[in-house]
Design a protein. Sequence first.
Length: 388
Amino acid sequence: MYRISELAQKAGLSRTTLLYYEKQGLLHGTRQANGYRLYSDNDVQRLHLLQQLQAGGLTLKECKSFLDSKMERVVLEKRLQQLDEDIAQKQQARDLLAALLGEGSLRLWHQQTDTLAPDAHLDWLKQQGFNEQQALQLKWLSKDMNEHDQYMADFMKVFQRLERWGPGSDTDSLKALSVLPITPQRIIDIGCGKGFSTRLLAKHTQVEIVAVDNEQSALDELGERLTEQGLDTRVTLSCASMTELPFAPESFDCVWSEGSAYIMGVEQALKQWRPLLKENGCMVISDLVWLTGNPSQDAKAFWKNEYPDMQTIGKRLAQMHQAGFEIVDHFTLSEQAWSQYYQPLKARIAQLKPDMPDSAAIADTEREIACYEQHLGEFGYEMFVLKR
Ligand SMILES: C[S@@+](CC[C@H](N)C(=O)[O-])C[C@H]1O[C@@H](n2cnc3c(N)ncnc32)[C@H](O)[C@@H]1O
């Protein structure tokens, strides 16, 4: 038999706690003639069980019911559910710390933080030494700062050789040009990549063009092509960010951007680029949209991850109205616009994959190609021709 101080020592609890338990009816010491209480091994075991139940999140009252065999199943089920939620939260916190130490993936964390606190996320990335270009590449491509350098090296290995960096075709671009309600004099082509649209516009008009991209290597190639084609005199290349364009308000009468506005967000692009236009100036942008109100689970899951802000045509049109534009025309890019992008991409992947079997950039691109092959029609690229 144990005196209360001995029991306290055995259980690793204070005497006051045990007195409190006694008062709550959780312990039942045998009172001696001298007034002291004595406790048995049975009480030690009861205390042990009590501590286990408390660690499981049960209140003292619930512990008492359990020890008195009066516990209701539903109470235990509720506590179990709470415990599972706590564990999942702790596991997430642990995964984050491990990933920040370079063990494991940061994908989910970047994605969640970018949704919940985009500015804080960007500031944090900048503090980690990422510039804006890299931060945007991280958001749209590598999705994990620990994998970023390798991912981008692989990505550029795939894309550097390709002409088009997004779906598009000459026929579709010329169609947009043909419906412009003005004859532009000065066009800015934003996110021009290697400049398919820039060269096409230069060839089919007499306008002055400023071609902007933040990837210098793409502009260098564009520069070479323009010189070869004798189109370089009317085109200026500008390595700048679409989020901070170094041009005065009303510098252009046409903003052109194929497959690039999503990078800063279409709504933001509409808002930020509109002041660049002269009165009655026009904007031509293409954007990935849902073509059905009821896409397959597969396509929905894929684009939720890759382009969470993907909208229906109706929703985009409403945003364009809201941003102060008049809708001149809009049409869905042809099948050819997709095949001209994906067929060379597929061939390039097949060529590189044997030497890069574990590349995340290649795996992601293959997933995108599979989604295009299985579900094109549920989504598409829409060309929007707008007037300020
Ligand atoms: C999907 S590609 C489209 C390229 C081109 N319009 C085409 O259809 O081939 C997006 C382009 O935006 C460029 N880009 C990405 N972030 C940018 C930024 N912040 N400012 C300017 N260009 C950017 C990329 O380098 C790339 O060339």
